[in-house]
Design a protein around this ligand. Structure first.
Ligand SMILES: Cc1cc2nc3c(=O)[nH]c(=O)nc-3n(C[C@H](O)[C@H](O)[C@H](O)COP(=O)(O)OP(=O)(O)OC[C@H]3O[C@@H](n4cnc5c(N)ncnc54)[C@H](O)[C@@H]3O)c2cc1C
Length: 314
């Protein structure tokens, strides 16, 4: 049986040659050979088995809020957990702490709202971060001083090569600045978070302050992928890029945000090659002017298809 027939027989949706741009906040990217939407944990087993039999690479896509998909598209199988794998559930509570289970495709803003409305402190540090909790876990998302890892009690995942889901304790996961390493590549299905009881009023206040500060300091509502570069030790990538005079620099339809220099925005119909060329230009300029290497926080996937664009200042 050929691959298309195998995937067509799945009792859930598998799309062929599906354009991935709409699945990312940057709204850039070519087609996935196969984009699957499993609806239950058990659906993952045949998907992974087919991929193994046909030697297909596997990519898991969350909310696409930290991902640049290249215009040549993504070969093999892309898995989206968006049809299910959501949900928030209180598992255990005492007077100080609460254990909460969160599905991998639960959106971060709804987790934050859940925490605040139940007077649970911990998740407020993720305020204003888009995407899913699975993506936030894999990116160890957060702020300058507070990361997702601080919340984790355990993670339920399915390693690509195995037939059984496993639970990882926090100690079995390698967390670092904006990166998380599981023992092997796999699909995160859900996590258990340890949250503290807090004052609902204080959390509400913090939420409002944080939200209005983000709206001022970030290109709110424009297609982007958050911070493109990691902050160098004891410094800020945005400050360095701004000091190099790169705010509003554009290549094709990719532009350094005028609001926050570590955010690149798609001003309309940007190609992935525009983004890559702009990233390269920023790295070269910051190295030349400041002698500092900027490393990517952005997750880049897929194959390139790159016409060169002309560099200009808006
Ligand atoms: C306006 C804006 C503001 C932002 N602000 C912040 C911020 O303050 N702090 C911060 O840290 N980030 C920030 N980000 C980046 C982004 O929101 C976070 O990294 C987010 O957690 C990514 O989640 P996602 O679901 O979109 O992940 P994706 O971009 O879809 O994926 C990220 C990585 O996680 C993997 N992945 C996703 N789901 C799974 C899963 N279920 N199993 C296995 N692997 C998985 C993907 O393969 C990929 O490697 C911002 C982004 C935007 C657009």
């Amino acid at each position: 049986m050929d691959l298309k027939t195998e995937f067509s027989r799945m009792p859930f949706e598998v799309l062929f040659d599906e354009l991935l741009a709409p699945y990312t906040t940057l709204q850039i990217g070519g087609q996935a050979d196969f984009l699957a939407f499993p609806e239950h944990e058990k659906d993952l087993f045949p998907l992974l088995k087919i991929s193994q039999n046909f030697n297909l690479p596997i990519t898991v896509l969350g909310g696409g809020a930290n991902t640049l998909i290249l215009d040549g598209g993504v070969r093999g199988l892309v898995i989206s957990l968006s049809k299910n794998f959501k949900g928030l559930e209180v598992l255990l509570e005492n007077k100080d702490e609460v254990l909460v289970a969160v599905g991998a495709f639960e959106k971060i803003p709804s987790l934050v709202r859940f925490g605040i409305s139940n007077g649970l402190s911990g998740v407020e540090r993720l305020m204003g971060i888009p995407g899913t909790f699975g993506g936030a876990l894999m990116m160890n998302a957060g702020t300058a001083t507070q990361y997702v890892e601080d919340l984790i009690e355990s993670v339920l995942w399915l390693p690509f090569g195995e037939r059984k889901m496993k639970t990882l304790s926090k100690e079995e996961i390698e967390f670092s600045y904006r990166a998380t390493k599981l023992p092997a590549p796999g699909v995160v299905i859900s996590s258990i978070l340890r949250l503290k009881r807090g004052s609902k009023e204080k959390l509400e206040d913090l939420y409002e302050q944080n939200l209005s500060s983000r709206k001022k300091k970030q290109p709110w509502g424009r297609p982007c992928a958050g911070s493109i570069f990691k902050n160098p030790l004891n410094d800020k990538a945005g400050r360095l890029i701004e000091e190099c005079g790169l705010k509003k620099l554009s290549i094709g339809s990719a532009m350094v945000s005028e609001v926050h220099a570590n955010f690149l925005v798609n001003t309309g119909g940007a190609k992935s090659s525009d983004m890559l060329a702009l990233i390269d230009e920023i790295q070269r300029t910051v190295k030349k002017q400041k002698n500092i290497d900027l490393n990517l926080e952005l997750n880049i996937i897929g194959e390139e298809e790159s016409p060169t664009r002309i560099c200009s200042h808006a």
